[in-house]
Design a binder for this molecule. Structure first.
Ligand code: GDP
Length: 459
């Protein structure tokens, strides 16, 4: 589901808006170690568009020292109104510790649309009473502008009475439509799995695509606007299964013509990121003879983070001389070592020029796509967890306390997400969480897809 993130400084009404948008659909609470507050996820609908709303809640919190700076800032700004140059105020803002915490960043990173909330009422008094807090708004808006959005569409709403929320939802949905490319005929093929073909320039993405779909490819959605920079092609396998291939390669050439070869590495990584976001499965193409680079790693990291299924495609396998079982094993170890973050992804060795093993890319993609949306029965799940705990119980704290798992449930698919209801999530250290994930994988499978384990304290 596409995601809509609600962000803003404390007390502007983020939670009220979240509740209005999701009603009783509050679904998953994401808890990551080392993060001060959870982010809340809830499903919402408007018309026939479904999306996930993320509340960053009290994410942007003020520590004591920050609160101190805020007071100071309020004073400086008030004085500023009496004639002190703006520069003083800006300097004060620059000194202010960043209030944009990890959770907000994570929420914004995964969102298709960002709702940046400010307090309309406060604006009324801003120059008199709330100058410091308005500076917080500015800090957030500057950060958004720098990193994510070049234009804001302002809209007055009341989360409590609902005034303006219809217009807000219209706007959100029209943005989501752009983002997803859901124009007109998109509807009927929404259940066609999308495979993004990504990788560094020249690894053979276009060659693979051409070999797979041939010359008579039907372009599903040509490039348009600024949000779309890949070409989608529909593709039917011999056994009649349909896929959408998201191709980031063809574009490079066009862009290269336009920008006279100035396409930078970071640009191609960003393009890969956007293709990953729209996909269900990512075929990460690397080249047999060359090393795995920082760029490959960045893409791999993003695949994991976005919870997409993945197949690692080692192309140009024909260029490796005297292949035998041993050299393949050796090669595989190297790839595993360098792309450890994708240690669950299958590897396919192929040659686009010779046409060898290309069909394996599709069969592997089909398999991992199914795994990504597989539900594990509750009884099997709890049995796996019980056995894992019996084999290795959570560590005891110095005070003699020990974590207890009451029960486990699969809250979501795409990627499979398991919620562990426990006595106290803090009693489950990172190492133990990793152990449990490993155990789930060995006992319940899930090749080719990331899985998520969430630990919820319940008293
Ligand atoms: P892209 O930038 O990732 O789309 O890469 P291209 O598909 O344009 O391929 C880059 C170059 O690698 C071209 O010269 C291709 O002919 C060559 N190439 C692609 N696949 C293979 C392969 O499997 N084996 C060999 N030897 N060369 C390949």
């Amino acid at each position: 589901l596409p995601k809509v993130a609600i962000i803003g400084r404390p007390n502007v009404g983020k939670s009220a808006l979240f509740n209005r948008l999701v009603g009783g659909n509050r679904a998953i609470v994401v808890d990551e170690p080392g993060v001060t507050r959870d982010r809340l996820y809830g499903r919402s609908y408007w018309g026939n568009q479904e999306f996930m709303v993320i509340d960053t809640g009290g994410v942007i919190t003020l520590s004591k020292s920050q609160a101190g700076v805020m007071e100071e800032l309020a004073v400086t700004t008030t004085v500023g109104m009496d004639g002190i140059p703006l520069a003083t105020r800006e300097a004060a803002i620059a000194r202010m510790p960043s209030m944009i915490e990890k959770q907000a960043v994570a929420a914004v990173e995964e969102a298709a649309v960002i709702l940046f909330i400010v307090d309309g009422q406060a604006e009324w008094y801003e120059n008199i009473f709330q100058a410091g807090l308005v500076a917080a708004d500015i800090e957030i808006s500057d950060w958004l502008r720098r990193n994510y959005a070049d234009k804001f569409a302002p809209l007055p709403i009341s989360a409590i009475t609902g005034t303006g929320t219809g217009e807000l939802l219209d706007l959100v949905c029209s943005e989501l439509t752009k983002f997803e490319g859901l124009d007109g005929f998109e509807e009927e093929k929404s259940d066609v799995p999308a495979i993004a073909i990504v990788g560094r320039p020249n690894v053979g993405k276009s060659s693979i695509l051409n070999a797979l779909v041939g010359e008579d490819r039907t372009i599903v959605s040509p490039v348009s606007g600024t949000t779309r920079d890949a070409i989608d092609t529909e593709f039917t396998t011999a056994d009649g299964q349909k896929y959408k291939l998201i191709d980031t390669a063809g574009i490079r050439r066009r862009a290269a013509v336009a920008a006279a070869g100035s396409t930078t590495e970071s640009l191609s990584v960003k393009r890969a990121f956007r293709a990953i976001r729209r996909s269900d499965v990512v075929a990460l193409v690397i080249e047999a003879l060359s090393c795995i680079t920082e760029q490959d790693y960045k893409i791999a990291e993003r695949i994991e983070k976005e919870g997409k299924a993945c197949v690692i495609v080692v192309n140009k396998w024909d260029t490796i001389p005297n292949k035998n079982h041993q050299s393949t094993t050796f090669y595989e170890q190297d790839v595993r070592e360098k792309l450890r973050i994708l240690d669950w992804a299958p590897i396919v060795y192929c040659s686009a020029t010779n046409g060898t093993s290309l069909e394996k890319i599709i069969s592997a993609a089909a398999l991992v796509e199914k795994e990504r949306s597989r539900r594990l029965g509750t009884s099997i799940l709890n049995q796996v967890v019980r056995e894992a705990i019996a084999f290795k119980p959570p560590p005891r704290t110095r005070g003699g306390k020990r974590g207890r798992v009451y029960y486990t449930t699969q809250a979501a698919v795409g990627p499979p997400t398991f919620v562990f209801f426990v006595n106290d999530a803090k009693l489950f250290p990172e190492t133990y969480r990793r152990y449990m994930e490993k155990k789930l994988r060995t006992d319940a499978g899930y090749p080719g897809t990331p899985i998520r384990l969430l630990w919820r304290s319940r008293r």
